[in-house]
Write a protein that binds this ligand. Structure first.
Ligand code: SF4
Length: 73
């Protein structure tokens, strides 16, 4: 089992909103229209759904890191 952490390169984000349309519980936009990430929500959503949203980003501003879940060798 894996846990997932997603990070956003806000310097690269162009505010297209694809990620927040796909997973509004994880991704949002700030007042400048640039992506924000709710890390706790991302952990709850899990890798499979995050992977799909990350792939939608047209400028590859999102990075998904999958790590072994705590307690799993
Ligand atoms: S899909 Fe990519 S460019 Fe669009 S808002 Fe999300 S991070 Fe920014």
């Amino acid at each position: 089992m894996t846990a997932a952490r997603v990070t956003a390169d806000r310097g690269r984000c162009i505010g297209s909103g694809q990620c927040s349309l796909a997973l509004p519980e994880v991704f949002d936009a700030d007042e400048e229209g640039l992506v924000t990430v709710d890390g706790d929500a991302a952990a709850r959503v899990g890798p499979a759904r995050l992977r799909g949203a990350v792939r939608l980003c047209p400028v590859r501003a999102l990075t998904l890191e999958e790590v072994p879940a705590p307690g799993v060798p």
